[in-house]
Write a protein that binds this ligand. Sequence first.
Ligand code: PMP
Length: 375
Amino acid sequence: MSEHTGRVLRFSRGIPPIEAIPGDRLAEQVRAVLDEFGPTMFQYPPIGSYLGDPALREQLAKAHNADPDHIVVTTGSLQALDLLATRLLTGDSPLVYVEGPTYDRAARIFERHGARVSSIPVESDGMDIGRLRDRLRDEVPDVLYTIPDFQNPSGVTLSGEKRRELVELAEVYGFTVLEDIPYRRIRFHGTPPPGLGEIAGSARVITIGSLSKVLSPGLRVGYAVSDGDTARTLATLSEGVYLSPVPLCQAVAARCLRLGIVDENVARIVDLLRPRHDAAEAAVRAMIGDAMLAVPGGGYYIGVRLSVDEDEQSFIDRASREGLALIPGSAFYPRAERRPPGELFLRLPFQSLTPDEFEAGVGRLSTVISARTRL
Ligand code: PMP
């Protein structure tokens, strides 16, 4: 096995490339907000504003065609997930269904709240709904968590048909769906299916949104769109921990939404990332095409499922010696689940690599795969 001497290529973090963040535009808005509101931006927010900045909630309500009183602003969408877990996972041994694979931090939040977390496998068009139906006959979860668009980590999108089936199952069996949609607007090809919240039009579906991938993750602005009762409960919970999200960040976010800076930035990000996506897809198709779960068409990630009869850590270590940093795919599954032997999942983020770097990374990956095959 060669010890790689070149630069390490990282198929690891899913953060925006710095050029996707409109630094100058954000700085202008910070100044404008301070000119308009002065030192009150550095005061405690007024009592009764714990749902979040009213101007921001008004913008978010417009974007989601929702009542502003149904929206609560949180410190990033992860905070919304944590508060929702507190609100919804109240029984003795609550059950959460997630996609397999799923967003690792979300799975860890549910586990920390004492839930049994169980995965339903994803297919090229999203969660396997047949499998979900079977599981529902055994046990109905308190919550089903899904990332319906360009899923982190697999890149798959839930089809329109499956979205309707999922909402119908939630109504029939009476469980809550949490849809997490940070990548929804980062679309390079095709037309978007309707959101689960739009299909349901009821409190059965709670939508969790974020400005991290369309404007700035450092602002830490996320939100949940639910019903008035849930929104008030989440606001009371957050008030008890950190009072409210940072006023300055919320006011900047509100201006960026109102002045069309978010829309402009989405268009810029799509132009920036589309060539990276297209080149990444071509590289994966050419070198390990059978393993690709789906052509994402948006977002940050291509997911691959490899038939590798090898211990996961040993595979990751061999990749590291080839100059390739990978996250063990098992991180994207509930801790209580053992991975099926012979199968290895990997997330390949393309958003921060140039086409040449990504292609070189997949080249190294295919070397790691074939070296094992020859053992
Ligand atoms: N949900 C998903 C599916 C994500 O991929 C991420 C960020 N990688 C988050 C939530 C967290 O977003 P935020 O920065 O809004 O907390």
